[in-house]
Ligand binder design. Structure first.
Ligand code: AMP
Ligand code: GLY
Length: 424
């Protein structure tokens, strides 16, 4: 069968790498892809939100299945677009329809969903410009620091953790009355801060049946020792040592089952990945957020551990018989180190030629913000390359990925040398 992946990051590179290994995948296309995805399939120069362009590409390349990487096309309704089109409606899309994507697209929707289904999460309330005064009155009641979340998608920047009440008041006003995050902050969720260790658990569901994919931990801060500005993710490891079978059972019973049942009860169809962002608070899982897709750079550590054929899993989702698909996870440990552009996550250096990828021996390099220019691969995005090693134990995986990241060179290249070492 012919498969199209939408997206251009390290996550999509990892999906392409994994799908290309399946004997069931004939032709693989990636739109728009990056300089690295061409190793696994054919890049098509179409943006992920260009639904008409995607339609033409699907029809002209006889695509049998579409896998959506990022959230934006899902929240904008790419799956609904397929279902509403006579020529596309029978081509399965992996990724929820617009309504299910609201689990990520609206923090207010997702918090209300958690409340309705008794899913453990931090106490919160939602406010708008009209209820600013009530919001200001709510702030001092939930302790410090205070978490403010723009309701809508804000390119990963919409969550503020305010150490003081004064700062929270100022930020709340800017979000609600000065559109600090544009329309995304026309509603703001004010939330109690949860203290614990974060991790992510991923679920693949056909709306009825589900598979729990390996857990992973993401390192969001730019600096070593988890310091400095937030980024899209500087590295990941899978599995997470403290997420043992007993902890995952709690996640399944308290979060995954109520989520799948809740979607069904509310008549929200959902075929795709659910990213469950959790805080481990003293051994108990609490929801931080849902995402309607896989994580990046978590995918780069999760997929190498999945021994099943990803095409079989995706077909199980499409056909509603995911329960019948074999699923096995490797005991090995995967570690991913992200090489970013100099200056990232602020203004960063662009169009720097990359060398040394061929010197990487013990890891796999997933490309993200790269563009082919003649013979050269240029670093064009903030997160440039993800270096993933799979080994028998965490120490070896971390050491290998970190050593291999240092074999790559481009002007301004930076990566964290401490990814995962807090877990050993
Ligand atoms: P989100 O966009 O919801 O993932 O939030 C971004 C980050 O903010 C999360 O990954 C957490 O590190 C942090 N965060 C969000 N909500 C909370 C909370 N209630 N307590 C503590 N940290 C939080
Ligand atoms: N790594 C976090 C995310 O994909 O949102």
């Amino acid at each position: 069968m012919n498969i199209l992946i939408l997206g251009s990051g390290g996550r999509e590179s990892a999906f392409a790498w994994k799908l290309a290994q399946s004997p069931k995948c004939d032709k693989l296309f990636i739109a728009p892809g990056n300089a690295g995805t061409g190793q696994y399939g054919t890049n098509i120069n179409i943006g992920v939100n260009d639904f008409e362009g995607i339609k033409q590409a699907v029809l002209s390349n006889n695509i049998d299945l579409v896998l959506v990487g990022p959230e934006e096309p899902l929240v904008r309704g790419v799956h609904d677009f397929f279902l509403n089109d006579e020529q596309l409606k029978n081509i399965p899309v992996i990724g929820p329809q617009r309504e299910g994507a609201q689990l990520e697209g609206s923090k207010d929707f997702s918090k209300q969903f958690m409340t309705r289904h008794h899913i453990p999460a931090a106490a919160s309330q939602t406010f708008t410009a009209d209820t600013l005064q009530e919001g200001l009155a709510y702030l001092p009641t939930i302790g410090l620091p205070i978490v403010l979340k723009a309701d809508g998608l804000a390119a990963g920047k919409g969550v503020l953790i305010c150490p003081t009440l004064a700062e929270a008041e100022q930020e709340l006003k800017e979000m609600l009355t000065e559109a600090k995050f544009g329309a995304a902050s026309s509603k703001v969720v004010i939330e109690k801060f949860l203290s614990g260790i974060e991790l992510s658990v991923f679920v693949l569901t056909d709306g009825d049946n589900y598979k729990i994919l390996p857990s992973a931990k993401d390192y969001k801060r730019i600096g070593e020792g988890d310091t400095g500005l937030n980024t899209g993710g500087m590295g990941s490891v899978s599995p997470v040592p403290f997420a043992d079978a007993a902890f995952i059972k709690k996640v399944e019973d308290r979060i995954i089952i109520p989520t799948i049942n809740g979607l069904k009860q509310e008549g929200i169809p959902y075929k795709g990945f659910i990213f469950i962002g959790l805080m481990n608070v003293g051994g108990d899982p609490y929801m931080i957020e849902y995402n309607c897709r896989m994580g990046d750079p978590e995918t780069e550590s999760v997929l190498p551990r999945i021994e099943a054929d990803l095409v079989d899993l995706l077909l199980g989702v499409a056909n509603g018989n995911l329960n019948q698909v074999d699923f096995a996870v490797s005991d090995k440990v995967a570690a991913t180190v992200v090489c970013v552009a100099g200056g990232y996550p602020g203004e960063y250096l662009k169009n720097k030629a990359i060398s040394g990828i061929e010197n990487v021996r013990g890891s796999h390099v997933f490309q993200a913000g790269t563009t082919q220019s003649g013979e050269d691969i240029l670093a064009t995005g903030g997160r440039v390359l993800m270096v993933t090693a799979l080994r028998d134990n965490m120490f070896d995986a971390l050491q290998q990925a970190t050593a291999d990241a240092s074999r790559i060179y481009y002007d301004g290249c930076y990566f964290r040398k401490d990814i995962g070492f807090d877990l050993i």
